[in-house]
Ligand binder design. Structure first.
Ligand code: SF4
Length: 320
């Protein structure tokens, strides 16, 4: 599958100045963001499914073929990047443990590559005791559990379809195994909650419950995915921090610049017929970086409806 041409992922309008058509840079670039020479973080959509139907997440809009990434695809991504010091996240807009292959994937990544790390974000419902042992023995490095409430009353409306009882039984059990079987120094564990008006009153009790059980408790803010109500005139004329050193692969091998690209609006290549490095250095990738450095999100189909980093001060990256 060939990568899409740059004009298929940009919203260039006649008469609008933008990046140079060949180099992807502009003589009038206003920022020079520190893009890495190769990715440091790689996410793999090994399956497209989730066990939850959270109201804030567009996951249930995904229709992608195949629903399960072939082993040859995820193995190639790992093989292409061995020794690069990558943090691999074997999930994208899905729940990783819907895929029963995860312990095998961790083992494959960690095999013969002491520089590799594996990190999961999970809602925790499917992390049984058996899976907990399998993941820890396979060498997982970071486990982040997203649990948006302490009580059933606040948790269930936010994580629709996920069993509160399973989460509050299985996540503490995972952390018990992690603590009692000698993984505390080797594996980082985090429990996080998105702060919302509905759960704000529980924050202190949430911390008091989880902090003694894990490495860290984090309270995060809700964010808005691109194309969820933003209008063209809302486009933020700023560069982006999200794409400096990360690369994201869908189940079909396509690569995108952004983890929020649920609907493949900014595909820059496909790993079944390109190497990961070729994709990272591709014309399409450089073109999009150039447009973002010009503050021209409005010219990129995906980014034209994104208000991320609207309040961030990019002045230290200004070049002209
Ligand atoms: S501008 Fe928004 S949509 Fe575009 S790469 Fe950055 S975070 Fe993603």
């Amino acid at each position: 599958m060939r990568p899409r041409q740059a004009d298929q992922i940009t919203d260039r309008q006649p008469g609008v100045a933008g990046a140079d058509a060949v180099t992807g840079t502009s003589a009038a670039a206003r920022w020079a963001m520190p893009f890495a020479d190769q990715p440091r973080y790689i996410q793999l959509e090994t399956v497209t499914k989730c066990n939850a139907r959270c109201p804030f997440c567009p996951q249930n809009e995904i229709v992608r073929d195949p629903a399960r990434m072939p082993a040859a695809t995820w193995r190639k991504i790992v093989d292409d990047t061995r020794g690069w010091g990558i943090v691999y996240r074997p999930f994208l807009t899905n729940e990783p443990f819907v895929d029963k292959r995860q312990p095998e994937i961790v083992r494959y990544i960690k095999q013969h590559d002491p520089t590799a790390k594996v990190e999961y974000n999970t809602n925790g419902e499917l992390v049984t005791e058996e899976l907990a042992h399998a993941l820890l023995e396979a060498g997982v490095d970071i486990m982040r559990f997203s649990i948006d409430g302490l009580s059933r009353e606040t948790y269930e409306p936010s994580r629709v379809g996920v069993s509160y009882d399973h989460v509050y039984e299985r996540v503490p059990r995972f952390l018990e195994i992690w603590d009692q079987e000698g993984y505390r120094d080797r594996v980082f564990t985090e429990v996080r909650m998105i702060e919302m008006p509905e759960n704000r009153h529980e924050i202190d009790d949430f911390k008091a419950f989880w902090q003694p059980r894990c490495s860290e408790v984090v309270i995060t803010n809700a964010y808005q995915w691109p194309w969820t109500g933003q209008k063209r005139e809302d486009a933020v004329a700023k560069p982006c921090l999200k794409i400096l050193d990360e690369l994201f692969f869908y189940s079909n091998g396509n690569a995108t610049i952004c983890c929020w690209d649920v609907h493949e609006r900014a595909v820059i290549g496909n790993v079944t017929d390109q190497s990961v490095l070729e994709i990272w250095q591709s014309y399409a990738a450089q073109h999009l970086r150039g447009l973002l450095d010009d503050g021209r999100r409005d010219l990129i189909h995906l980014c034209s409806r994104c208000n991320a980093y609207a309040g961030f001060d990019f002045s230290r990256f200004e070049v002209g």
